[in-house]
Design a protein around this ligand. Structure first.
Ligand code: CA
Ligand code: CA
Length: 142
């Protein structure tokens, strides 16, 4: 099961790119079929592995999905977490869950990327010419 085809994946990468044009923050999506334990534990592991704790302003956000197991987590680094608080992540998770429950995975992932992008833009505006794409926008897979 590939979960997303190339054009669907391209749509998500474009959404990440769009979000990051408004913010210095960094968004990544990690997809894998299965997750044995808690999605949040696994997301934390992936976050480290992808070097997401190394952004200058600690404003990376990971959207993690184990699609076959239907488990997911959204994890923001301390810089963004301190500003938006837990309620924001809860809102995004609920939005994602609603989409997933109707089988709209692509729409859900896209909407959540743009929602996170909005919050990032508010707290970490884009730095213009000095802005660096610190983490690749491509989807990573486990
Ligand atoms: Ca950036
Ligand atoms: Ca990026």
């Amino acid at each position: 099961m590939k979960f997303l085809d190339e054009s669907q994946e391209a749509r998500l990468v474009a959404a990440i790119h769009r979000a990051e044009q408004l913010s210095s923050g960094e968004i990544r999506i990690h997809l894998e079929p299965e997750c044995a334990g808690e999605a949040m534990d696994r997301a934390q592991q992936v976050f480290e592995q992808l070097g997401m704790t190394k952004t200058a302003e600690r404003n990376g956000v990971l959207v993690y999905l184990a699609y076959a197991d239907k488990k997911f987590a959204i994890l923001g680094d301390q810089g963004i977490h301190e500003r938006v608080g837990s309620s924001f992540w809860e809102e995004q998770k609920t939005a994602l869950l609603n989409h997933f429950q109707s089988g709209h995975y692509l729409d859900g992932l896209e909407a959540v990327v743009l929602g996170i992008g909005k919050a990032l833009a508010e707290h970490f505006p884009h730095q213009g010419e000095d802005d660096v794409d610190e983490l690749p926008n491509e989807i990573s897979r486990g």
